[in-house]
Ligand binder design. Structure first.
Ligand code: IMP
Ligand code: MG
Length: 175
């Protein structure tokens, strides 16, 4: 049972807040004067987006995309579909994809290729967590909050079968 799984604190609220502010400072520096579109990948990145954007010292627009990777719970398969596309044009603009976690990389490769076809001026990836252990396709995030060697994490937007998303800290689900 999911609800019986033990959770171990991995990144506290304070640690996350400090790191998100650092990322925002870096982005504010790198994107000063640019025409920025932040593409938030739903649902997992919504809390990260809310915190990060409030620390940004630049102007930007936000839009949302939702992708479905077939499979459930902690496993993702290779088949990705878009269930909600962004609504703004990214042509000639500087796009930052905001993700909660990169795991196999399948979802992000699909999204990156889809947005590349729309001719943005630049396209970069910012992820709260980079989990390289199960990477199946070649993709590197440009901005990374935390590197995670292995394990399944929840909280701060991340879920396990829709549970634990709104916990303020990130926890590792123990086997
Ligand atoms: P990928 O296509 O395998 O890289 O899957 C990425 C998506 O799987 C993420 O955007 C998450 O929604 C989900 N995911 C992967 N690992 C975790 C995890 O440890 N906790 C919660 N969700 C995860
Ligand atoms: Mg996600």
């Amino acid at each position: 049972m999911v609800k019986d799984r033990k959770k171990r604190l991995l990144y506290s609220e304070e640690i996350i807040d400090r790191r998100v502010k650092e990322l925002a400072d870096t982005l504010s520096h790198d994107y000063k004067g640019k025409d920025v579109v932040i593409v938030c990948v739903l649902k997992g990145a919504f809390i990260f987006l809310a915190d990060l954007t409030r620390y940004l010292g630049i102007s930007y627009v936000v839009d949302f995309v939702r992708l479905r990777s077939y499979g459930s719970q902690s496993e993702s398969s290779g088949i990705v579909t878009v269930t909600k596309d962004i609504e703004v044009s990214v042509e000639g603009r500087d796009v930052i994809i905001l993700e909660d976690i990169v795991d196999t990389g399948t979802t992000l490769v699909y999204l990156r290729d889809m947005l590349e076809k729309r001719n943005p001026a630049s396209l970069k990836i910012c992820t709260l967590i980079d989990k390289k252990e199960r990477r199946l396709v070649e993709i590197d995030a440009d901005y990374v909050g935390f590197d995670l060697d292995e394990g399944f994490v929840v909280g701060y937007g991340l879920d396990f079968d829709e549970r634990f998303r709104c916990l303020p800290s990130v926890y590792l689900i123990e086997e």
